[in-house]
Every structure is written in structure tokens, then in C-alpha cells.
Design a protein around this ligand. Structure first.
Ligand code: PLP
Ligand code: COI
Length: 349
């Protein structure tokens, strides 16, 4: 596949302080762009990062027809660059697109496009655990038309942002018993832009009370734990890890899937099943809830220090033998080429 590359006259990397990165506030030098028209994807192009112009009637602005992915490029100590399970993200963006009546994006364009883009941004990827170039593929409806029907024109893009971990400091979460992220038959399993917009309001309410994230429960009864607004969740009760099984309402996280595999292969006691809020609350009350952590590409693995449910607040104990930290090390060792990768998850660029 040939990708047209338009080079930038000058990199802006010298103006960036890599020690002071917020999450996703600084974009790198290039972006990948590919348009869909007349039933097919046109020739992709990598060009200098710049604003795009859009018709005010573009359907995405009215009906939110948009999906996205979140990935990272990693650099090892030799300067080699890697992606982590990129085919999973390709599959998931197409699952998301299908649910929003959008066209699938070809695998070759997705994988080769990411590789070519990251190659151009080598200097933007810093080595060392926690440092990465966050990659944001996304697709949105560009056709100017106001009837509430699917667009016939789309734009697929990838932008890149140098990042450290998503959370800094303590992570406290509020388990929801009112607002929902998704419902049966909805778009919860898709990485649809609107899923995120819909949670900003309850998230704002939770933040005002000192909780950075919400953990959503099932919309029908609010009795089962589902996931965080931007990450999956896992609990350690005694020495057993429990995590909700995915469903049409939960985003199937690639970090989650990888951790489950690592746990199964390394002798962890792990149960993937429905998890009742009451079980977590009871375990916390009895002192049996030893760990609660979130996992996702942006969050990596973030231990939760405390949580609220209804009017009660719980604090997680400090543990010496943290499973979250053990798992994080195993995962990062694979991502940063510090250990053998028997799964073939690491993809060299
Ligand atoms: N759940 C939601 C709602 C997310 O936005 C994310 C982040 O991508 C995840 C879970 C974790 O998914 P992954 O591990 O593939 O990044
Ligand atoms: C990711 O982990 O890649 C995500 O998409 C989370 C994002 C909403 C910040």
C-alpha cells in the first residue's frame, strides 16, 4: 500500500517540555488522514499536523456519528519502536463503526498507516516505563446533510500525543447508582464518541465530591459493576481477582484481555463473572477487599485508593504484595521489550 507523505518544514518538538505533559494536550508533528467517498476509502496521506476544515452541516456535528481508538507506541532502551496488539484495535474500531452504521477501515491501511506515522515521529516517543506516544485513530461523518441517516462520507484520522500515565496522584472513584453509561441493545461495547459525552455530566458531579472517575453499574438494576468511564475494573478479594465479564454494554478492553491472559498463565486465581456491588461493599467492610484497580491503554493499571457507594466511603488498605503492581510490571515488560513476548503481542515498527 502506498501512503503519500507530505513532510513538515520544521518539527515543533524543541518547544515541548516532556517532563510536563498533561494527557493529550500536545500533538506531534504529523497526522494520518484518509477519506471515504463514493463507497470506498481513498488514498491515505500523512501530512503535517494542522486544523481541518469541515462543513457546518457535517453529520458528525449533528448526530455524533463518530468512533475512536486509543493505542500507544513504545520505545525500548535501544531506540526500537513497538505497537501493542494493533490488530485488536483495528478489529474493535470496525466493530464500533459497524454499530454506528459506518464503513469498515481496511486492516492494511490501519496497521501500515500507524507504522509509517510512528516512524516519522520517532523522536516523540521517549523510552522508559510510563512514557509513550498515545495514538488516537478516529472516524467521523463528514457528509453535509441534515437528515438523521448515516453519512455517505467519512474521514479516518490518526493523531499522536506524547503522554505519561493518565492519572497522577490518588485515584478515588464513585460507584454509580443513578446514571448509566450504556444499556442492553445500546452502544456500550463500541468506542463511540457519544459514550464519553454522556458521562461528562455524572463525572462532573462526582468530581465535585472529590472522585476522579465513575464506575458504572448495570442500567437495569444498578446492582452489578460494569466498568469505569475510560477503563475496565478489577478487584482483589482475599487473594482472588474478580472482574466483570464483558457484554454488549461494556467496552472489551485490550488491557483487560491481556491481563486476564497473564493472570491465567501465571497462576493467579482469577474469576471473570458478574460482580455485584454488594459483594465489593461487603468485602470492603470485612477488610477482604485488598485491591481495586482500573486498567486501560491511557490508565495502564491504576490502583484505586478509595471509593464511594451511595453515602458510604471506603478506603483501600496499603498492601505489600500488590497484584496490580505485579501485573503492571509484567505488562510493561512486554510492551517495552524487556521480557520475552510468547504471545506475539509486541509488534515491532
Ligand atoms: N473501557 C472504556 C470505556 C474505555 O474508554 C477504555 C479505554 O480505551 C477501556 C475500557 C480500556 O480499553 P483498552 O484496554 O483497550 O484501552
Ligand atoms: C484509552 O485508554 O485509550 C482511552 O480511550 C481513554 C480515553 C477516553 C482517555
Amino acid at each position: 500500500m502506498s501512503i503519500e507523505i507530505q513532510h513538515t518544514a520544521k518539527s515543533k518538538i524543541d518547544s515541548v517540555d516532556f517532563e510536563k505533559l498533561g494527557f493529550g494536550t500536545i500533538m506531534s508533528d504529523y497526522m494520518f488522514e484518509c477519506d471515504y467517498k463514493d463507497g470506498k476509502w481513498e488514498k491515505p496521506v500523512i501530512k503535517p499536523y494542522a486544523p481541518i476544515t469541515m462543513d457546518p452541516a457535517a453529520r458528525v456535528l449533528h448526530y455524533g456519528q463518530a468512533v475512536f481508538e486509543g493505542m500507544k507506541a513504545y520505545k525500548d532502551d535501544n531506540g526500537d519502536l513497538f505497537l501493542f496488539r494493533p490488530e485488536e484495535n483495528w478489529q474493535r474500531i470496525n466493530n464500533s463503526s459497524e454499530r454506528l452504521a459506518m464503513p469498515a477501515f481496511p486492516k492494511e491501511y490501519f496497521i501500515d498507516g500507524l507504522k509509517e506515522l510512528v516512524k516519522l515521529e520517532t523522536e516523540w516517543v521517549k523510552p522508559g516505563f510510563g512514557n509513550a506516544l498515545y495514538l488516537r485513530p478516529f472516524v467521523f461523518a463528514t457528509q453535509p446533510a441534515l437528515s438523521a441517516t448515516p453519512s455517505t462520507e467519512y474521514k479516518f484520522m490518526v493523531i499522536c500525543s506524547p503522554v505519561k500515565s493518565y492519572f497522577s496522584g490518588e485515584l478515588k472513584v464513585a460507584i454509580q447508582d443513578k446514571y448509566s453509561r450504556s444499556a442492553a441493545g445500546g452502544v456500550g461495547y463500541a468506542k463511540a464518541a457519544g459514550n464519553y459525552a454522556a458521562q461528562f455530566y455524572p463525572q462532573k458531579l462526582a468530581q465535585a465530591k472529590g472522585f476522579q472517575q465513575i464506575v458504572f453499574t448495570d442500567a437495569a438494576s444498578h446492582t452489578y459493576i460494569e466498568e469505569g468511564g475510560a477503563m475496565n475494573v478489577m478487584f482483589r478479594i482475599g487473594n482472588k481477582i474478580v472482574t466483570p465479564q464483558t457484554s454488549e454494554r461494556i467496552l472489551p478492553g485490550i488491557t483487560r484481555k491481556s491481563l486476564i491472559q497473564l493472570m491465567e498463565d501465571n497462576g493467579f486465581d482469577i474469576e471473570v463473572r458478574d460482580v455485584k456491588v454488594s459483594e465489593i461493599v461487603e468485602a470492603a467492610k470485612k477488610g477482604e477487599l485488598k485491591e481495586f484497580f482500573c486498567c486501560g491503554t491511557a490508565a495502564v493499571i491504576s490502583p484505586v485508593s478509595g471509593f464511594a457507594y451511595k453515602d458510604e466511603e471506603f478506603t483501600l488498605p496499603k498492601v505489600d504484595d500488590s497484584y496490580a503492581l505485579k501485573l503492571k510490571e509484567m505488562l510493561l515488560n512486554i510492551q517495552y521489550n524487556k521480557s520475552e513476548d510468547k504471545y506475539g503481542w509486541r509488534v515491532k515498527i
